[in-house]
Design a protein around this ligand. Structure first.
Ligand code: FUL
Length: 695
């Protein structure tokens, strides 16, 4: 080669090579960014909650603060069982209710007598916080504490002295048990309590009473690597997502404004232009309630429910805090263990093979044309490298080229959030037989977004960012083919007494039993409504897919006496029958003009031997103001001489609006009356269902 042309050639090559060598300007942060503590926490993704306290022994959701400490007697307690299960389930840490609203302390706090140091169990020598912290260490799990700000036992609650007590306890927990990754301050403040014998209602202003800024200062001094969760007062490091039902919004910004209240609905989505990084944590229980209740042994979340939970939390830019209630004997129930381990293997199976590993990637725009921010960086499995576009290019597409037609049904994408959350909208398409087919049209991404869609076989996948706050930075993309999981059927008993079993997908066959046995394909095949004599029935059912030969997990429902001849009295509105129709998705509300207390009187048609009642509030999240929180329940033989058989609170019902079951001493009666003394907000009490329990 001629020397001159060699130099000219080298000169032009260099022009191309220089950007490759890294002269391209790195993207700058956009808007609020996470702290190191928040980043470390976000990468944990999945960890456990453990609810255990004095009210485990009284079958209540919230202890009142006057429970006898001697009741606490976990004969077989083994924190290593809890830690082992969490570890095997793929969780990264455990947050423990060191003190719940009852005020009962599960460590021997110096500052109160209301703790495990004053009970016969283990001669008052135990320290469950210590045992669990040690077990977490042994199993390589991080450890966190729940210290309820509301304390229904403490005499000074509501006064300044309690804040000193609260901080003293925090100091104990954050100084003596090693590293704490998260501290949890529940915002509940139901008002009434024992309060050292005062037995009264005390209201506080959750924003000012706890002086959060100074409490946070103390926390950060004692545990510099901690993240703080708080839904009741000041803005903390993490936010509640506004529900305990186990999901965050599909649009989920990890941002909020530092000042100013956010409506609960907004907590689900974050605030697009918020001025602070406050990511969402999805907290929910593996059973309907947080504490153990034997009646919920049949209500452990099913595999499809847990999979939904996974996709609605971790798959929507949140973390998942999944609760295990501890039984009175001190252990996690075997059904909960089985469920969570099945869940772990299903996740492993679903995301076992990332189909992009053998694929190529190209992008419509690459920062500095051919730089280290190229498309491959999104599929190289390195979370620190990322595909980026030029500044000002907020729309761009990345195409994955498969080497052969490839079947898939999951798409996973992650932003490089260290420099902020940017993507506002995007689409996913597949090239099927030479034609682009849209699979999804979505909003935010954040740390991680996972989409599910019916299986397609395609040669290419195109991920198009249609709008972004600033040049998008994509650190990871995954494409998977997850196996199908059959959803168990739903079982409903209509007011007529007929039992209907419905599959989640029409291709499934249904098999059921009425004798308590576990149904198989040899059991009764469901072909239409099942008639019952008196309504009572113990129904178990499975869905079965003939093509795959797979069965779903079991659905179980136990029904008490039929409601066929029941009548709601004194209400003209025809819709009132919805409270008896067996369908949890229909409801009826008292008139908006009603004045509390409001009553619902039902004629059972004949005398029954009653031992309890059940109330299910309106299941629509927007109806939460209508949920009854304080009630009285009466029984009469004649609709006149009413006897009060049960009264009190439906604790935590607003956040956890499931069936409320209340038992009372057996009584004969034909008429029942549920009196709502207080609702969450409005006076128009709402009801999805009312039922009774008979002997
Ligand atoms: C709620 C509390 O009131 C519940 O009892 C439970 O601890 C849950 C995690 O937070 O709001």
């Amino acid at each position: 080669m001629h020397t001159k042309s060699f130099f000219i050639g080298a000169f032009f090559c260099l022009g191309v090579i220089i950007p490759v060598l890294g002269q391209v300007k790195a993207p700058r942060a956009h808007g609020p960014v996470p702290s190191e503590n928040q980043l470390r926490w976000q990468e944990m993704e999945y960890y456990a909650f453990i609810h255990f306290s004095i009210n485990t022994y009284t079958d209540m959701a919230w202890g009142k603060g006057d429970e006898d400490p001697k009741l606490f007697n976990p004969t077989d307690m083994d924190c290593r069982q809890w830690a082992r299960i969490c570890k095997e389930a793929g969780m990264k840490g455990i947050i423990f209710t060191a003190k719940h609203h009852s005020g009962f302390c599960l460590w021997p706090s110096k500052y109160t007598d209301y703790s495990i140091k004053n009970i016969p169990w283990r001669n008052g020598q135990a320290d469950i916080v210590r045992e669990l912290a040690d077990a977490c260490k042994e199993y390589g799990l991080k450890f966190g504490v729940y210290l309820s700000p509301w304390d229904r036992n403490h005499a000074e609650y509501g006064k300044p002295a309690y804040i000193t007590y609260f901080r003293d306890q925090l100091r104990e927990l954050l100084s003596n048990y090693g590293d704490i990754f998260e501290v949890w301050y529940d915002g509940a403040n139901g008002g009434s309590g024992y309060y050292g014998g005062a037995n009264e209602t005390r209201r506080i202003d959750a924003k000012t009473y706890y002086d959060w800024p100074n409490t946070y200062k103390l926390v950060r001094e004692l545990q510099p690597n901690i993240v703080i969760w708080n839904d009741g007062g000041d803005r903390a490091d993490l936010r509640w997502v506004g529900t305990e039902a186990g999901y965050v919004g599909e649009t989920n910004w990890s941002l909020l404004n530092a000042t100013g209240d956010v409506p609960e609905e907004m907590l689900r989505h974050g605030v697009e232009n918020g001025d602070s990084w406050v990511p969402g944590e999805v907290n929910t229980s593996i059973r309907p309630e947080w504490f153990y209740h034997e009646r919920e042994d049949k209500k452990v979340k099913t595999l499809p429910q847990l999979m939904d939970l996974y996709h609605h939390s971790i798959g929507r830019n949140g973390t998942l805090l999944l609760n295990f209630p501890i039984m009175p004997n001190g252990l996690i129930h075997e059904k909960d263990e089985k469920a969570v381990l099945e869940f772990a293997s299903a996740i492993k199976e679903a995301f076992a093979v990332n189909l992009v590993e053998k694929a190529g990637a190209e992008a419509s725009n690459i920062r500095g044309k051919r730089s280290k921010y190229n498309a491959k960086k999104a599929i190289d499995g390195d979370k620190e490298s990322y595909w980026a576009t030029d500044d000002g290019v907020n729309k761009a597409a990345l195409t994955i080229n498969f080497t052969k037609p490839t079947a898939f049904n999951r798409f996973l994408v992650q932003e490089y959030i260290r420099l902020g959350q940017r993507v506002k909208t995007f689409t996913v398409e597949a090239l099927v037989n030479g034609v682009w087919k849209e699979l999804a049209k979505e909003t935010t991404i954040g740390y991680k977004r996972i989409l599910r869609f019916p299986t397609v076989e395609a040669t290419k996948l195109r991920f198009t960012i249609t709008d972004s706050k600033s040049c998008p930075l994509i650190s990871n993309i995954g494409v998977y083919k997850a196996p199908q999981i059959l959803t168990p059927p739903t079982i409903v008993r209509e007011q007529s007494g007929d039992i209907r079993i419905t599959p989640a997908d029409p291709e499934s066959e249904l098999y059921y039993s009425l004798d308590g046995s576990t149904p198989t394909v040899q059991s009764n095949k469901y072909t239409g409504p099942i008639k019952t004599n008196d309504g009572k029935a113990d129904v178990k059912a499975i869905a079965y897919n003939k093509t795959t030969g797979k069965s779903s997990t079991l659905t179980e429902e136990k029904f008490d006496i039929a409601r066929k001849n029941w009548k709601v009295l004194g209400i003209e509105d025809k819709n009132v029958s919805k409270v008896l129709d067996g369908n949890v998705n229909t409801n009826w509300h008292q008139s908006r003009n009603a004045k509390m207390p409001v009553e619902l009187v039902i004629d059972l048609g004949k005398q029954e031997n009653l031992t309890g009642f059940r109330y299910l509030p309106d299941q629509n999240w927007w109806a939460d103001g209508s949920i009854i929180t304080q009630y009285q329940f009466f029984v009469a033989e004649d609709n006149q001489a009413w006897e009060l058989v049960s009264e009190g609170e439906f604790a935590n019902i607003k956040n956890n609006p499931f069936w409320q079951t209340k038992s009372f001493n057996p009584i004969k009666g034909r008429y029942i009356k549920l009196k709502a003394l207080q609702n969450v907000q409005t006076t128009a009490s709402g009801y999805a269902e009312i039922d009774v329990i008979t002997e």
